[in-house]
Design a protein around this ligand. Structure first.
Ligand SMILES: Cc1ncc(COP(=O)(O)O)c(C=O)c1O
Length: 375
């Protein structure tokens, strides 16, 4: 099958890197191949380039460059955030809170540390996918929660958490806060200096950067411990720095930042078109219709079935739940957490839009969906 003909609507799983990201990465691989830690002139060139990139990235995020740890993506950043914080005895962490709809790289870590004696609070969200801020505050105070781990944007239904308010609550109650910002970069403006969070996870394969390119922001005042031990190339993560990935991360961040407004406008237009047509076909949006990023359109339609989905997949790449959760083995825990029944989950599709999508692709999607639903 010629994959050029398949229209890509699975950008929440991963995005196509920008052309210049690939170009910069290739260039870096062939030119700056020396180890950034090597004590010779080529190593020094790599080191100088690495420091320049980290500095530029910290400028985009508005934080101290020393607070950035480069990782392989958000799975690693989330693991490191929670384990690196609780492991440091200065933090005296006993109680950790999160939500049922969080990514498996949070939920599974919490299950693991529960076995070590930490008390875990996995809270419910409402049928729109929103959290109740008052309940959150009450629980943080009454249970004396030590750490809250929460996503900025949900990857499956696109709902947005009020991170500024949540950080304020945590800061007022001496609760550490970790934000999983995997689906926020490029979709929501991020200014770390304003957020006042302790830890923030990023993964740039979701915003037209390289796969294997992540960051964990660790606030400089935090007592924190590393997980992967070795040569101490980074304070909280050992291993040779993959300079070409840093190069790709920076290039993708730069382009996403320059084109931010234009991209949001274009994607909102496609989202509004799709939503209107899907509702007209009898569809219902999963998750809050207003409080969401326009990049995500998760919906269910009554007579959508396996056969139609199979036919649609000949033309379009979309998903039905988080890709990492292996949909074929497990039904989406996020759709379950907003109260969808098994048969509603089966009738649901997630379209996730990226900066490359065009309105004519959305029109073609509706045309095909309409045809297959009627025939
Ligand atoms: C909310 C969220 N956090 C973390 C991850 C894991 O990111 P990565 O695949 O880059 O490790 C994902 C992946 O989709 C996600 O949706």
């Amino acid at each position: 099958m010629n994959n050029k003909k398949i229209i890509y609507f699975d950008n929440a799983s991963s995005t196509k890197p920008y052309y210049t990201v690939i170009k910069k990465m290739k260039n870096s691989l062939s030119k700056n191949y020396a180890n950034c830690n090597s004590k010779h002139i080529l190593g020094l060139f790599s080191k100088i380039r690495m420091e320049k990139i980290i500095f530029k990235i910290s400028n985009i995020l508005n934080c101290n460059y020393k607070d950035l740890t480069f990782t392989s993506g958000s799975t690693e950043s989330n693991n490191l955030a929670i384990k690196g914080l609780i492991k440091n005895k200065n933090n005296k962490i006993k109680k950790v809170m999160s939500f049922e709809n969080e990514h498996s790289s949070i939920i599974e870590v919490l299950k693991e540390i529960e076995n070590y004696g930490y008390k875990i609070f996995l809270e419910k969200i409402n049928s729109k996918g929103n959290i109740n801020i008052n309940n959150l505050e009450r629980k943080i105070i009454s249970e004396k929660i030590d750490l809250l781990s929460i996503s900025w944007v949900n990857g499956e239904i696109g709902t947005i958490n009020n991170i500024y308010k949540i950080c304020e609550i945590c800061n007022n109650n001496n609760t550490f806060i970790h934000i999983d910002a995997t689906h926020a970069f490029g979709k929501i403006k991020i200014n770390i200096n304003k957020i006042k969070a302790d830890l923030i996870s990023f993964s740039f394969n979701k915003s037209h950067g390289p796969k294997g390119g992540g960051i964990l922001y660790v606030n400089e005042n935090l007592s924190f411990s590393s997980e992967i031990k070795g040569g101490n190339q980074q304070k909280f993560r050992s291993g040779t720095i993959p300079l070409y990935i840093l190069e790709g991360i920076y290039e993708s961040m730069k382009i996403s930042t320059i084109n931010f407004e234009e991209n949001i406008k274009k994607i909102s237009y496609i989202y509004n078109f799709l939503k209107k047509k899907i509702v007209k076909l009898g569809g219902k949006i999963n998750g809050d219709e207003v409080n969401r990023i326009p990049h995500n359109l998760n919906f269910q339609i009554n007579n959508l079935n396996k056969k139609i989905i199979k036919k649609m997949k000949k033309f379009f790449a979309f998903s039905q739940g988080a890709t990492c959760d292996d949909f074929f083995k497990k039904k989406s825990h996020v759709l379950k957490s907003i109260g969808l029944k098994k048969n509603e989950i089966k009738k649901s599709i997630r379209i996730s839009l990226g900066n490359n999508n065009k309105i004519h692709e959305a029109k073609f999607f509706i045309k095909k969906l309409n045809f297959f639903l009627k025939n």
